[in-house]
Design a protein. Structure first.
Length: 408
């Protein structure tokens, strides 16, 4: 799959970590063969994580991230280290860049511990090997004391461009396959089935295009040898009448969750119904948690804090789902005076203890690793975690119906 065909949340994320002046930025530039990062002898030149989506042979579509020095100091340095740690939550492969002319220090050892705690495959790239008196080529045997099967070490020189191709090959050997057999919808339908997709076109709909889950569903259906029929909710009743009259009753209807209430009334009970958001919860690995979390809505009390979080950033419009519709539905369902807080993009709160419920978007723009990380942060604190589609289905009294096509 080419870069342009690969959704942001599906790209392999390779991040470079290490001390200031270890040569991270120089190595990133050497690996990408671009001037992605600013290079300087001055400590702390990289002040914020810098990311670039690109096609990197032989790996394919990736996102490369250069991070600030992990040993940065002072108040500003602490903020940079914090941002570096945030990058870890969305990293598929970590590259620890060290100085080959010295032993690793405590900050580098801490990074190794974090990699292992988060189960992130990693490589130690010993940079500046050209400064050694003798630099054997190839990889080192892993240090047995670190007790991990994911670790590899290699000598490289960003300035001399040595070991760069070997490093990329090494990355290729530990690339996670990403194929766990789960598709958005392709593995819950059969060839020859007819799937109706209900896609509202309102103020929130992007002009001239479909949002990612809608595109992904259509491609899944085509790949499965099934038939995809698309319509707005305003034409759904007429479409179903025509299809059923012609003996072509749909096997499944997938709708935008915001139209659940209307679509549920239109679609006969003998036709399976679900939503893009519910399918995305399964695809991103948190469906069971989300179903359990939605049931906590009825336990909310006056004054409880609810976090409504989205993985992407966009201009808020009148009737926005996260800031307007969802709070209104919660108030209608619970009859309680709730405290609603919102977050978007990378700004997912570190401290979740104060929340009684977290309702997240489908996470289509987030990687599988980051979505699961957010879920686990909530689970570790006993905070119920669900997503838009499942929460809406629960509040509209149709959760069992809408998860049946997935659970069977």
């Amino acid at each position: 799959m080419s870069l342009n065909d690969t959704p942001s949340g599906e790209r392999l994320r390779i991040s470079f970590f290490g001390k200031r002046n270890a040569g991270k930025s120089s190595l990133v530039n050497a690996v990408t063969n671009q001037q992605l990062a600013v290079v300087s002898d001055t400590l702390g030149t990289t002040t914020d994580p810098v990311s670039k989506a690109m096609e990197l042979l032989p790996l394919g579509p990736v996102v490369i991230t250069d991070t600030p020095g992990f040993d940065d100091t002072g108040a500003l340095g602490e903020l940079r280290v914090k941002r570096t740690k945030q990058v870890l939550n969305k990293t598929d492969i970590a590259i620890l860049v060290t100085d080959a002319t010295r032993d690793m220090d405590e900050s580098e050892q801490e990074l190794l511990r974090i990699f292992e705690e988060k189960s992130i495959p990693f490589i130690v790239a010993k940079n500046k090997s050209d400064l050694l008196e003798s630099s054997p080529n190839g990889t080192f045997e892993p240090d047995a004391s670190r007790k991990t099967t994911d670790k590899s070490e290699i000598l490289v020189s960003a300035t001399e461009k040595t070991g760069i191709e070997e490093l990329k090959e090494l990355i290729g050997h530990i690339v996670p396959s990403g194929d766990n057999g789960i598709k958005l919808v392709g593995d819950v339908i059969e060839p020859g089935q007819t799937i109706v997709l209900v896609i509202p076109i309102d103020k929130a709909a992007p002009k001239g295009r479909l949002i990612l889950p809608q595109q992904q569903a259509i491609r899944d259906i085509l790949d499965s040898g099934a038939y995809s029929v698309t319509t707005r909710e305003t034409e759904l009743a007429e479409l179903l009448d025509k299809m059923i009259s012609a003996g072509m009753k749909p096997d499944l209807v997938i709708t935008d969750s915001q139209a659940f209430e209307k679509v549920n009334k239109i679609v006969p009970q003998d036709i399976a119904l679900t939503s893009f958001s519910i399918l995305m919860a399964r695809y991103k690995g948190f469906l069971d948690t989300a179903v359990k979390g939605a049931r906590a809505i009825d336990e909310l009390q006056d004054g409880d804090k609810v976090l409504i979080s989205e993985g992407c950033t966009h201009h808020r419009q009148c009737g926005d789902i996260g800031t307007v519709k969802m709070p209104n539905w919660l108030a209608e369902r619970t009859g309680k005076q709730l405290v609603i807080e919102t977050s978007s993009g990378a700004d997912f709160p570190e401290n979740l203890e104060e929340y009684k419920l977290i309702i997240h978007c489908g996470g289509c723009m987030l990687s599988f690793r980051e979505m699961v990380y957010r879920m686990k942060c909530a689970e570790d604190l006993g905070v119920p975690f669900t997503n838009y589609g499942i929460a809406i289905a629960y509040m509209k009294g149709i959760l069992d119906r809408t998860i049946a096509p997935i659970y069977g």
